[in-house]
Design a protein around this ligand. Structure first.
Ligand code: ADE
Length: 234
């Protein structure tokens, strides 16, 4: 998968060189390209924002640098003919595990990271006329810009790409996968730590009993902290 990111803070994305996604990039599974929006701001101060038309607080990102940068990405030789443009925004649809799964099937994602009070609406309108555009929110809270949201989405999507996570089974048992319940608690050695024992069933070697215990724990935990995730009638 190819991922392009447009930002005024390219350094934010240095973390994508680390850990699993860093390895995925080294192995050619994930091709990340970060573009500095200010490279398309041609005045002396490389200005990317201006006051809101009609008045109000804060600043709005100007359309011209966005237009030039996105045009360049779409015209790039290696670009997909139908990439998906994603603008992280608290005004967008909420990002979920099922959206991550859906987006992991795309060939090219382009993340446009806005700052300030957002991006001039005409940028969304113009690119939605030419292709696919989605506004996506990480949740009902306000970040300072789209960078952290884009990073979270790239990680959630990237780890679902074939070959990125060594043991694909570990993807299945996680919270929000399969049955939509929260994950059961995990334990490792030692069997007793600071006087606390591992639940004895996990040491029993009885796989059916272990599976039943884990399922019960998942349901109980989901009921306690995320009752909205329980299937109807559960
Ligand atoms: N930008 C600012 N807040 C955001 C949020 N909650 N999700 C996505 N992008 C954002």
């Amino acid at each position: 998968m190819r991922v392009d990111v447009v930002t005024i803070f390219p350094g934010y994305f240095d973390v994508l060189e680390l850990s699993l996604l860093g390895k995925a990039r080294d192995r050619g599974l994930l091709d990340v390209r970060v573009h500095d929006l200010r490279d398309a701001a041609h005045d002396r101060h490389r200005t990317v924002d201006d006051t809101p038309t009609g008045g109000g607080a804060g600043m709005v990102m100007k359309p011209e640098p966005w237009g030039e940068t996105l045009d360049g990405i779409l015209a790039d030789e290696g670009a997909d003919p139908d990439p998906l443009l994603i603008f992280p925004s608290p005004a967008g649809e909420v990002f979920t595990q099922s959206m991550a799964r859906e987006l992991a099937g795309e060939r090219q994602l382009v993340f446009g990271c806005g700052r300030y009070e957002g991006i001039d609406q005409r940028v969304f309108d113009a690119f939605a006329e030419r292709g696919r555009v989605r506004l996506v929110s990480l949740g009902d809270y306000i970040l300072n810009g789209g960078e952290v949201a884009a990073l979270a989405m790239i990680e959630a999507i990237g780890r679902l790409l074939p070959g990125v996570v060594g043991n694909p089974e570990s993807l299945v048992e996680e919270s929000h996968e399969e049955d939509g319940l929260l994950e059961y608690p995990s334990y490792t050695k030692p069997a007793v730590w600071r006087g606390r024992e591992v639940p004895p069933v996990l040491l029993s070697g009885n796989h059916a009993a272990i599976a039943a215990w884990r399922r019960e724990q998942s349901i109980e935990r989901t009921r306690r902290v995320r009752p909205d995730l329980l299937p109807p009638g559960a």
